[in-house]
Structure formats: C-alpha cells, structure tokens
Design a binder for this molecule. Structure first.
Ligand SMILES: Cc1cc2nc3c(=O)[nH]c(=O)nc-3n(C[C@H](O)[C@H](O)[C@H](O)COP(=O)(O)OP(=O)(O)OC[C@H]3O[C@@H](n4cnc5c(N)ncnc54)[C@H](O)[C@@H]3O)c2cc1C
Length: 387
C-alpha cells in the first residue's frame, strides 16, 4: 500500500509525522514537496526586516521526518479517478493521498497588479520587498510603500515595513499605506482583535485605508474602485489566496471527514473546510495543523480497514473535524496583538504569545532547538536586527 502526502507545509508535515507513527510499518509513505524544506510561512514577513530569519524559519524535511520518503518535485496535477499524482519527476500512484498544497496569491484577475506587485509567499519575496524599499530610498527623496490587502499577512507586512523605516532612520521619508476592501483590517477575525490591530498600526505610523477596493495599477499608482489613484514606489500584494495551479486554482470544499473522495483527502489552506458544526474554518496555520490531525487519523482508519476487513467502505467510522478556535496573535513591527483567553492584549504579553505560536509548532515537529532560536529572535527588537 502507498500513502502519499502532497505539500510539506503546516498541514503536510503534521499529517506526515502522524502517519509515520500510526500506519502499519509495511505501508509506504511518501511526502512530495517542491523543495526539501518546511517553511514557517506565518513568519515570512519577519524576513523583510531581519533577513537572517530566513534560516530560522526553514527546517530540512528529512531532519523532521522519520520513515517517510521525501520526494522533491512539483505536483502538476492530481488525477483522482486514476489515483495518480502527476509530478515534474513523473507519475506517482497512490492508494490514499492527502492534498496539503496550500495556496497561491490571488490577484483577482488583475494582471496589471500581478505584473507590478511583489507578493509574500516565500523568503525570496520578503528579500525582494526589502531590497526594493532600499533601492527606492537610495534613488528618491521620499518613498511610498503601498500594501494591498489587510488580512493576517498584510497587517504584519505593513507593520514590518514601518518598523524597518524606523530602523533605517527613514520614517520621515517613508509612507506605508495599507489598502483594504472591507471596513476593517483583519476582516473575518473577532472585531475587538481587529480594532486592536488597527490601533497598533496607527501607532506605528501605517496609514490604513479601509473600504478601498483595488481595481488595477499602472507603473506608479494603484487605481481604486471609487476612482482614486494611490501612488506607490513599491507595491506589495497580500490581497487574497487561491488554489495552486496543481488544483487548477481552486480550493474545493470538504466536509468534516476532510474527504475529496474515498481515497483522497484535503486539509490546510488547499481546501475550504466545513467542520462538524457547519462552521467555515478560516485559512490559517492553526487550522492547517488541526485539520492534519483528523486527515491522518482517517487515512489510518481506512488503511487498517482495507487490510483487515471485507466490510464495505461505508462501514468505516471516520473522525469528524471540529474547529477549536484558538487564540490569535499577530505582530505589528515590534508590537503585537493577541487574543489570550477572552482578553485582547498588546505589548510584551502579545509578543510572547506570537513567539510561542511559532515555537510551539516547531517543538511539536521535533525542532526544539530551532523553536528556542525563533522565540529568542522574535522577542528581540531594535535597529541592531536590521542591518
Ligand atoms: C506573511 C504571512 C503571515 C501569516 N501570519 C499568520 C498568522 O499570524 N497566523 C496564522 O494562523 N496564519 C498566518 N498566515 C497564514 C498561514 O501561513 C497559512 O494559513 C498556512 O501556511 C497554511 O498552511 P498549509 O500547510 O495549508 O500551506 P503551506 O504552509 O503554504 O504549505 C504548502 C506546502 O506545499 C508546497 N507546495 C505548494 N505547491 C506545490 C506543488 N505544486 N508541488 C509541490 N509542493 C507544493 C509548498 O512548498 C509548501 O511546502 C500567514 C501567512 C503569511 C504569508
């Protein structure tokens, strides 16, 4: 039997590690990822200000897995009817597959924005944002940085750019503007959390423009739906996610058992999840980790059923995912905002909550030392970090 996990992000790595422990030892397990590394995507914005963090947020997949074969390749498509994964290295057949390919940046069909903006999907993107800002500072008297989209990534990017401006002693020559279509930053998150993020952004000097829908861009300005033109020297786009090309841009919906079909599961941001209570689960690192546990459990149950029983598939009792909304924590430069229990906190307690979220994930995937380093770096601050 062959179980294949696609994608080595939060969902894929947690799924793989669970299956390593649970599956019978003679079941083959393969993890396909486009690079040999697991990247803590939820910390990518930090690399803009602290390039050295690119290493702190990257783990070698072979170092944090055990019996799984790590297959480095790009998934090109998934033939569910034939149970075949088409990869850049050739086809891979499977008995069970868990699709955890995450997402790609969504420009909502705006080629003019795609061609002019830098997204934030990798450390290379973060370094490009940093160098673009530095070059703009060197060639112009003042620099206008515009970030499109104020979700979790956009608010943290804007906060990081404002902090970098301070670190480079360029605040008086830099404006950071954050555009958001919804009426608040962090739309979809608890209103008190969103309001506290807005306050932290205001305090850091970020200009927030809610209810501003981007409809296009030319070389020097973003066009908005209400006919305005917002000039930029550098444009960063964090305005949406879509399925990867391997999933033809879609994020199919799965129910609480996380099945795309009898033999194929989807978890993490690669799919839209409706949990056992009918709630829509937000795309996030936290939900990716949680859904992975259910997917691994269900694959294990089906594998054991298929090997040991002649009962029809309908007899298998599958686990149902129920989203346990955790606390949330985001950084805004050297400040942070977190929901701890029922309270919204800022300042050091929030920074600790933010550092702990990443460190907990690293510790859980067996990277205790990196967890310690990440927490130490996260809690450090000041110009010395931003040469
Ligand atoms: C700047 C930023 C800040 C964020 N902050 C937060 C936060 O504070 N809290 C929070 O909960 N979430 C946050 N998020 C969102 C969070 O990072 C995502 O929700 C999370 O990464 C989803 O996990 P995943 O495993 O589904 O996908 P990913 O982590 O994206 O993993 C997908 C994996 O699949 C691989 N892959 C993709 N396509 C292919 C292919 N075709 N072939 C082979 N491999 C492929 C990728 O290389 C990657 O390893 C943030 C995101 C960003 C960008």
């Amino acid at each position: 039997m062959h179980v294949v996990v696609l994608g080595g992000g939060y969902a894929g790595l947690v799924t793989t590690r669970r299956l390593e422990r649970r599956l019978p030892s003679d079941v083959r397990l393969t993890l396909v990822n486009e690079s040999p590394d697991h990247v803590l995507k939820h910390e990518l914005h930090r690399v803009i200000r602290r390039p050295a963090m690119a290493n702190a947020i990257r783990l070698s997949l072979p170092a944090v897995t055990d019996r799984a074969r790590i297959h480095v390749a790009t998934v090109e498509s998934l033939d569910r009817a034939g149970r075949i994964v088409e990869c850049s290295t050739g086809p891979i057949e499977y008995d069970y597959c868990v699709c955890c390919l995450g997402t790609a940046t969504d420009y909502h069909g705006m080629a003019s924005v795609r061609d002019r903006a830098v997204p934030l999907a990798s450390s290379a993107d973060a370094l490009a944002i940093r160098s673009g800002y530095r070059e703009a500072l060197e060639s112009a008297g003042s620099v206008r940085l515009v970030v499109g989209g104020a979700g979790l990534s956009g608010v943290q990017v804007a906060g990081e750019l404002a902090a970098l401006a301070r670190a480079w002693d360029a605040s008086d020559r830099t404006t950071v503007t954050l555009l958001e279509r919804a009426s608040t930053v962090a739309p979809g998150f608890p209103p008190r959390f969103a309001a506290a993020i807005r306050e932290a952004l205001d305090a850091s000097g970020v200009r927030v423009e809610p209810e501003t829908t981007v409809v296009g861009a030319d070389d020097g300005a973003v066009e908005t739906a209400d006919g305005r033109s917002v000039p930029f020297d550098q444009l960063v786009w964090t305005g949406g996610i879509r399925g990867t090309d391997a999933q033809r841009g879609t994020r199919p919906t799965v129910g609480p058992a996380l099945q795309l079909d009898r033999f194929t599961f989807g978890c993490g941001d690669a799919v839209r999840v409706e949990d056992a209570t009918g709630d829509r689960v937000p795309a996030s690192a936290q939900s990716a980790r949680q859904t992975a546990r259910t997917a691994a459990e269900n694959v294990d149950r089906l594998v054991r059923h298929d090997r040991s029983s002649t009962a029809p598939p309908a007899a298998v009792d599958l686990d149902e995912f129920e989203w346990a909304a955790p606390g949330w924590a985001v950084s805004v430069g050297d400040d942070a905002v977190a929901i701890v229990g029922s309270r919204v906190v800022t300042g050091r307690p929030a920074r600790i909550a933010k550092a702990a979220a990443g460190a907990r994930h690293l510790a859980a995937v067996g990277a205790g030392r990196t967890a310690f380093e990440l927490a130490r770096t996260e809690l450090a601050s000041g110009p010395a970090d931003c040469p």
